[in-house]
Ligand binder design. Structure first.
Ligand code: CMP
Length: 138
């Protein structure tokens, strides 16, 4: 089991001024920041990142949204990082997210759901290396 996961604070949460609040929740849950960037990605880069969802009906909406403004990308470290971070962020649909989760506090909808979290160790490594070189990870 890997001890790292990858996250993005999405454009909705950045626009709403919630970067600090979300990082606070991440730190309070015991994650160490191994890499971090504040940047915006193009539609083409978003399409590449979310390639696994290319056949889904929401792919266009998702990639449009993810390239609509700046995001915070980060690699987070903690024992059991992938599973524990998914617990911290809560369900993809904020209507189903439990109290105390990031999405319960800050997500607006299924599409504009404040944060991304990797769904497996394998994807955490792929997604982390999409944004960060080895020299940018600590
Ligand atoms: P994320 O964890 O970033 O991974 C894929 C994203 O697709 C997911 O969060 C949602 O934001 C988005 N998504 C999933 N289902 C839908 C949907 N039905 N409509 C719009 N966006 C969706």
């Amino acid at each position: 089991m890997s001890n790292r996961t990858f996250t993005m604070i999405k454009p909705d949460a950045v626009k709403a001024g919630n970067i600090g609040n979300i990082l606070q929740m991440i730190n309070a849950a015991g994650f160490r920041i191994a890499a971090m960037k504040y940047l915006s990605i193009s539609k083409t880069q978003a399409e590449k990142f979310y390639e696994v969802h290319a056949e889904r009906p929401f792919y266009g909406e998702l990639t449009e949204f993810m390239s609509s403004g700046p995001i915070v990308a980060a690699i987070l470290e903690k024992e059991n990082a992938v599973a524990d971070f998914r617990k911290l962020i809560g369900a993809t649909n904020p209507a189903n997210a439990e109290e105390g989760t990031i999405r319960k506090a800050y997500a607006k909808s299924m599409g504009e759901n404040a944060v991304h979290g990797s769904d497996s160790d394998e994807n955490a490594a792929i997604e982390g290396s999409f944004f960060f070189s080895g020299l940018e990870q600590f």
